[in-house]
Design a protein around this ligand. Structure first.
Ligand code: DNO
Ligand code: MN
Length: 399
């Protein structure tokens, strides 16, 4: 059955060193990949020759480079430091180079210092598969007792502080190091990687930057790069905060519908777009995901479709794609409505997946980015889209 304006099915690929190959991705049924020039240091210009070579590699494997994820925003821009203007100029240059190679959807985030954050990369599910998990108590145990951030305890509820002390006391040195690495060494795709001493110092860089100041820096960034992007027919898509709340006392400003509405109001350029990450935004029970898709539909140019499951203690883990707190059926219905009304094939990726089956025994894998779990997620999402589309009025009837 053919669908009108189907989602473009993609998977993230971390480049030639990724244990998941382009052939694997193609066999999973994806037609596109989402990737970045991960070997280029954050803040340096992406040269045309390197972009073109990577594109050719992807196309030689029978795939399309659908979306750039990510063109990193340097801390000088996030913090608004002395080097900001030079960093902005380099960002614009990279955009122009990407457009010259036909790449027009560019993902970025505006999370201070850390990208996505978890406290456990191998949480065992009842069926033996492994998932990524976040526990506030584990975060507090690291923050208060390993990192020793001044004033950290006052950022957590007293019950969490008490539980964190007990958790820390029960951990041996190896477990403490594992927790430290998990939280701050940088998960796959992250732009920064820290040890605790450096991280503590870097947090100091945000001493004078509250949420309003960070928001101003984001708006300034967009005002500086959107005209270039717009002239090149590009879309910059911001990835929401993951998880969608402040960590380590650092502000986070892309977590709610109100955050997004303020951003699009401040910079109305059509180049100011959104990567709608269901797994990130869905961690907050107060985010009404289908309503947000309807509200921001015209801004959404990329989708991360994954699910999370919360519990009463504020923990969450990455659930199977159709099985978490997000009602993926309603999410998909809302997405299909945007795709049809705007007549667009929006790229999506299953985002993460469980480590399962043979992937449990591989010598090397990127947490969250194993082949089989993502293949399963993509297959489920593809079936869901097809099922919903089968119930839609035929395209001819719309005309
Ligand atoms: C995690 C990803 C993020 C995302 C960046 C975008 O799996 O969704 O690392 O790529 O936040 O800049
Ligand atoms: Mn995501």
């Amino acid at each position: 059955m053919s669908i009108a304006y189907p989602l473009e099915q993609t998977m993230r690929w971390f480049g030639p060193d990724d244990p998941v190959s382009l052939a694997d991705i193609r066999q999973a049924g994806a037609t596109g990949v989402v990737t970045a020039l991960h070997h280029i240091p954050n803040g340096a210009v992406w040269p045309v020759a390197e972009i073109a070579a990577r594109r050719a590699m992807i196309e030689a494997a029978g795939l399309r480079w659908s979306v750039v994820e990510s063109l990193p925003v340097h801390e000088a821009i996030k913090q608004g430091g002395a080097d900001r203007d030079a960093a902005l100029a380099r960002y614009r240059e990279s955009l122009v180079n990407l457009a010259a190679c036909g790449l027009r959807t560019i993902t970025y985030n505006f999370m201070p210092l850390l990208d996505w954050t978890r406290t456990d990369l191998a949480y065992e599910l009842p069926d033996g598969a492994r998932a990524l998990r976040f526990e506030p108590v584990a975060l507090a145990a690291y923050d208060i007792h390993v990192l020793g951030r001044p004033g950290a305890a006052s950022d957590y509820a007293p019950a969490i502080v008490a539980a964190a002390a007990a958790r820390f006391a029960a951990m041996d040195e190896a477990a403490r190091t594992r927790l430290e690495r998990t939280i701050i060494a940088g998960l796959p795709g992250s732009e920064e990687s820290f040890g605790s001493a450096d991280f503590l110092a870097a947090i100091g860089g945000y001493a004078a930057i509250d949420a309003d100041a960070l928001r101003r820096n984001l708006i300034l960034f967009l005002e500086a790069v959107c005209p270039t992007a717009e002239a090149q027919g590009m879309r910059l898509v911001i990835h929401p905060d993951d998880p969608p709340f402040a960590l380590f006392g650092l502000p986070r400003i892309v977590s709610t519908a109100a955050d997004l509405a303020a951003l699009f109001e401040a910079v109305p350029s059509p180049a100011n777009g959104l990567c709608f990450c269901v797994g990130s935004l869905g961690v907050r029970a107060d985010n009404d995901l289908p309503a947000m898709i309807r509200q921001f539909g015209s801004r959404i140019h990329f989708l991360h479709l994954r699910n999370t499951k919360r519990d009463a203690e504020g923990n969450f883990h990455e659930a199977a794609h159709l099985a978490g707190d997000a009602d993926m059926v309603e999410v998909m219905r809302a997405i299909r409505a945007v795709a049809r009304s705007e007549r667009r094939a929006i790229p999506m990726r299953p985002d993460h997946g469980h480590q399962m089956l043979d992937d449990l025994h591989k010598s090397r894998s990127n947490p969250g980015y194993t082949a089989i779990g993502r293949l399963r997620g993509l297959a489920e999402l593809r079936g869901l889209e097809l099922g919903i589309a089968a119930l839609e009025p035929r395209e001819e009837a719309l005309a």
